[in-house]
Write a protein that binds this ligand. Structure first.
Ligand code: GDP
Length: 286
């Protein structure tokens, strides 16, 4: 299995609809928070967003840093900063970094507020929405931010019923529904990154192929984690098949006749990886 051959079955219809939704939602806000998965900062970025945003300010939230390689996250952070975008690293399950994110949004909104002031508009709340690919942690962050503040319901034009503006800090209102960005993956390495991290449903890719590629990467870059997790010893020259067989034996993934149950290994590795039980990895190289 070569990375270039990894394919995702995709339906562009979804993309067009998501884009239209996003365009109408973004008109309502002053600042956008784009949430990226710290394990795959490149693959979880959607280049389409920039076209929709135009000059509207954007803050990047690198989420799931608890699952990513610490050193790599810092390199990514610098790289994004260097590109001129404000960026915060967060781990929104326990709420780490959320306060800093709010400050970054307030800072990004400053030019907008100054413009309003020049026009004599005072005390207008800054509106913000969170966007990102599926499963990146948008709802978790919204729940964190909204918490007990879920009081300010308002019927405002353009907001779909059920969506509300919630005050999350002084002068800052959050749309309580995230914007879903469809991942973009003409590039097989992006498809692979999205598949193993759980950003796309399993019915659009071949699980075994994805795990083969994942193991190949782990053997090359993080062999110690593999050895520790599955109590196997890797030898020089062990390829993916050899490692799968070792894991099958160590974990008793066997069929009734005693043959190795590779499908079971595939499920096991994918589940462990997604749950962060294999260790902290960054798939996209900065
Ligand atoms: P959404 O589809 O973008 O709204 O994503 P969700 O908020 O539903 O989160 C998807 C999954 O990621 C859930 O299982 C969350 O518990 C998990 N998750 C969200 N944020 C973090 C994080 O910072 N660290 C970890 N380890 N998991 C997270």
């Amino acid at each position: 299995m070569m990375l270039e051959d990894f394919k995702i079955q995709w339906f562009p219809g979804h993309m067009t609809k998501a884009k239209r939704m996003m365009e109408s939602q973004i008109k309502l806000v002053d600042v956008v928070v784009e949430m990226l998965d710290a394990r795959i900062p490149r693959s979880s970025t959607n280049p389409m967003l920039q076209d929709i945003l135009g000059s509207k300010p954007k803050v990047i939230a690198l989420n799931k840093i608890d699952m990513a390689d610490k050193a790599q996250t810092d390199v990514w952070l610098e790289k994004i900063k260097h590109s001129g975008l404000p960026v915060c690293k967060i781990d929104c399950a326990p709420g780490k970094g959320v306060k800093q994110l709010i400050s970054a949004v307030q800072l990004a909104a400053k030019p907008v507020i100054d413009k309003w002031l020049k026009k004599g508009v005072r005390n207008r709340p800054v509106r913000v929405m969170i966007v990102g690919i599926p499963n990146v942690g948008k709802s978790t962050l919204i729940n964190r931010l909204v918490g007990k503040n879920k009081v300010m319901a308002a019927d405002k034009p353009g907001v779909t019923r059920g969506q509300q503006w919630v005050t999350i800090a002084k002068g800052l209102e959050l749309l309580d529904t995230p914007g879903v960005l469809w991942p973009k993956f003409d590039d097989p390495s992006v498809g692979f990154a999205l598949a193993v991290t759980g950003a796309i449903k399993e019915d659009v890719f071949d699980r075994e192929q994805a795990v083969e590629l994942l193991l190949d990467l782990l053997i090359r870059k993080y062999p110690q984690d593999l050895q520790n997790k599955y109590a196997v010893s890797l030898e020089q020259g062990d390829d993916v098949n050899a490692v799968m067989a070792k894991i099958a034996v160590a974990r008793g993934c066997l069929k009734s006749g005693g043959q190795l149950d590779i499908d079971k290994v595939v499920q096991l590795v994918l589940r462990d990886f997604r749950a962060g039980r294999l260790g902290r990895f960054t798939i996209d190289e900065p």
